[in-house]
Design a protein around this ligand. Structure first.
Ligand SMILES: [Zn+2]
Ligand SMILES: [Zn+2]
Length: 117
């Protein structure tokens, strides 16, 4: 699957996460995972899936720094947030390497800059 693909089927999402289709279907039907309904089929946007996964990470109590990718056991180590999307950023990134936006946003920013002449 191309990372540029914006809309995913429930099958795509299930495969991506390594879970079964029924689980994804249940999450969509219960409204936990936002989806676009087109007749009888659903499409999930990458943004919605990412946002859902980030929420799940926070629920478990462990927090992933979205700038360096380190998984921390407590929220205390990851108390900063991306200036653009509120993704968690750890103390190390924020204070030592002065990284104030997450990787997704910095990649997005780099792409927009390249597109502009
Ligand atoms: Zn970090
Ligand atoms: Zn961000």
């Amino acid at each position: 699957m191309s990372p540029e693909k914006k809309f995913m089927t429930l099958e795509d999402v299930a495969e991506l996460l390594g879970v079964n289709y029924q689980l994804i279907y249940r999450l969509v039907r219960s409204g936990e995972l936002p989806a676009i309904r087109l007749g009888r089929v659903y499409r999930i946007t990458k943004e919605d899936l990412d946002a859902y996964l980030i929420r799940q990470k926070r629920v478990t109590g462990r927090v992933l720094c979205e700038a360096c990718g380190t998984l921390y056991e407590s929220k205390a180590a990851v108390k900063y947030t991306c200036k653009e999307c509120d993704a968690p950023i750890c103390f190390d990134c924020w204070q030592r390497t002065k990284t104030h936006i997450c990787r997704a946003c910095s990649t997005a920013n780099a792409k927009t800059k390249k597109r502009k002449k």
